[in-house]
Design a protein around this ligand. Structure first.
Ligand code: 0GY
Length: 306
């Protein structure tokens, strides 16, 4: 029997008809953070989910990829699918090698399943510490998962909020595989980009040379919001000094992604074309742009390609 899912009443759907970006992405650019949702009728949402989204299929994701000018995607398992990675696997298999994945795993995942995920293109597992999205997993469970993925050469993607870094820092630094931090550890951009909170995050990045950072989600972090109706395309300006600091100091280990279909936004849904136009403000030179969009994600997700 097919379950019919009703999206949450206040759910904001992803933006149809995104503009064509003015910024021309370098050839081979990777959208290194995006998701698929269902479709729920084919890939049911998890019983333990904290939100029920609208559908956002692999075909719609690939259409957006082509429209914006990306060559590849890294699809990150969304919490609404729990640890059932079927929709992710389906997207990876349909991509013809143009997508890699980041899965969610529980301890005790069978070896056959790990092999299947690896063969389909999964290269990382996500540990989510954002309390509104998941119930906290016991540390032992996370350790078990790390042990299981180490032989595959995977990394751990971590999602946490700035206020939680102090408590998580020692645990994260003891994880013996590369780490990739989502959305710059969610700084409060109303604060000083040179203040104590963001310094704490940069200091965490400095602690190991294999900690990567996604300079993503200006639309989620911004208090200033999208551009006013004055024809300007320089959106989310208050996030720029934060992201630019990270890009300039850690040019070899930054990644960028759309975060399509933008789960849980409360006040507006971004035009993904505008998000692409944000890139040259945080990576102002062609050299930095090429590292951010091509060299770095290719090294992490397609190390064997050409
Ligand atoms: C993001 C951010 C969010 C949601 C998820 O997996 C998810 O449900 O990551 C969020 O609500 O901040 O990266 O998509």
């Amino acid at each position: 029997m097919t379950t019919v899912f009703e999206k949450d009443p206040d759910w904001l759907d992803w933006y149809t008809g995104p503009s064509r970006p003015r910024f021309r992405l370098p050839e081979g650019a990777v959208d290194a953070h995006c998701h698929v949702f269902g479709p729920g009728a084919q890939f049911p949402f998890a019983p333990e989910r904290k939100y029920t989204p609208c559908d956002a299929s692999k075909d719609q994701l690939f259409e957006l990829r082509d429209h914006l000018g990306f060559a590849r995607n890294v699809v990150v398992q969304a919490t609404c699918h729990g640890a059932d990675n079927s929709a992710l696997l389906d997207a990876l298999r349909a991509s013809g090698g143009l997508a890699r994945g980041v899965a969610t795993l529980r301890s005790g995942v069978p070896d056959a399943q790990l092999r299947e995920l690896h063969e389909a293109g999964v290269r990382g597992v996500r540990f989510n510490f954002v309390k509104r999205l998941v119930d906290a997993a016991p540390r032992q469970e996370l350790w078990d998962v790390v042990e299981r993925i180490t032989p595959y050469g995977w990394h751990v993607v971590v999602y946490f909020e700035a206020a939680d870094l102090a408590e998580l820092r020692d645990f994260l630094l003891s994880v013996p595989v590369p780490l990739v931090v989502d959305h710059m550890g969610r700084p409060d951009v109303a604060k000083d980009p040179y203040g104590a909170e963001f310094e704490e995050f940069l200091d965490f990045m400095r602690a190991r040379p294999d900690i990567w950072c996604k300079v993503t989600c200006p639309e989620r972090l911004s208090a200033a919001g999208p551009p006013a109706l004055d024809g300007q395309r320089h959106a989310y300006r208050d996030v720029v000094p934060f992201a630019r600091r990270v890009v300039e100091e850690f040019a070899e280990r930054v990644l960028w992604g759309t975060d399509w279909p933008h789960p849980n936004l409360a006040d507006h849904m971004p035009d993904d074309g505008l998000l692409v136009d944000f890139i040259p403000h945080i990576a102002p030179t062609p050299r930095l742009q090429h590292k951010l969009l091509v060299d770095n994600p290719m090294r992490l997700y397609w190390p064997d390609a050409g």
